[in-house]
Write a protein that binds this ligand. Structure first.
Ligand code: MN
Length: 292
């Protein structure tokens, strides 16, 4: 099989605040001059690199806001986040856990630091992805999957090289628990210094890795340090990763959704008319109720 060559290794763009609880580097769609469908079905990648938040009795976060047409996936590495939405779903995720919320036809939600974590303060590190939905599923029923670390598929690298948390998709027969609408592979690879591993994804799948911790060598050629995103070309199947330090690598690969997209604010639709409809529905209360 042929190697997927590296298109670019992207350093973290300057961060901005989302609400007062998330200090994020947006790798795409706006951080770099990338086509908005370059990483489809992944539309947005916000990365909260490590921040040490001071303790507070008023948890930081983002207040009530709507979403329609996609899924928000939050992956916690340090700190804890609480979620509430207008369908009545809620949950708290901590280190190693994932929250997979399907906004689909529309929800209101709020995302806050969990109370106890907020009170003590401390290290905070998260990823939030927006995963697009195909047109036929955009108006489906909202859904919430709270996925704890122990529910994830565990693939053990040979020679005690580490462990792969399979969140979605499958790795060497080990399946991830997340339900996805289109084919998606999502793993956290926790790899020990000196170990290496190979992953295979179809050539057409858009693929990238985010170095969460440590430093790796990719395809035996390029070094990628922590907080960098490696974007691969669609010209092969295989990626080879060697850990130069104990590392954590978030791996994203998915089949592109080849449909027009119309993104605006918290909505991600196929057409401008659907965006207008989304604002009308939101303004007329069709997204339900959620208290601040
Ligand atoms: Mn949100």
């Amino acid at each position: 099989m042929k190697t997927k060559s590296i298109q670019q290794i992207l350093p973290p763009p300057p961060p901005h605040m989302v609400g007062d609880g998330f200090r994020v580097h947006n790798f795409f769609p706006s951080g770099y001059d990338m086509d908005i469908r370059r990483m489809s079905p992944f539309f947005l990648l916000d990365y909260n690199s490590k921040v040490d938040f001071a303790g507070t009795d008023a948890p930081r976060g983002v207040g009530v806001h709507p979403h329609r047409g996609f899924e928000t996936v939050t992956i916690a590495y340090h700190g804890k986040v609480a979620h509430h939405d207008s369908t009545g779903n809620s949950g708290v995720i901590g280190e190693g856990d994932v929250q997979w919320m399907t906004a689909a036809s529309g929800v209101l939600h709020k995302e806050y630091h969990e109370k106890e974590y907020a009170r003590k303060g401390g290290l905070f590190q998260m990823v939030q992805l927006w995963v697009n939905l195909p047109a036929k599923d955009k108006m489906s029923k909202p859904k919430y999957q709270g996925i704890t670390n122990d529910q994830m598929g565990k693939y053990y690298l040979p020679d005690n090289g580490g462990v792969v948390d399979v969140i979605a998709g499958e790795l060497n027969g080990i399946k991830g628990p997340a339900f996805t609408f289109t084919p998606i592979q999502m793993y956290n690879v926790r790899v020990k210094k000196g170990a290496n591993f190979t992953l295979n994804f179809p050539e057409t799948f858009n693929t990238g890795i985010l170095i969460i911790e440590g430093k790796v060598k990719v395809n035996n050629t390029d070094e990628a340090p922590a907080d960098h995103f490696v974007l691969f070309k669609n010209d092969g199947e295989t990626i080879i990763i060697e850990a130069l330090e104990d590392s954590i690598v978030l791996v994203l690969s998915g089949e592109p959704i080849n449909e027009p997209i119309a993104p605006y604010g918290p909505f991600l639709m196929n057409t401008k008319e659907e965006l207008i409809q989304a604002y009308e529905d939101f303004n007329s209360g069709k997204f339900g109720n959620l208290e601040d």
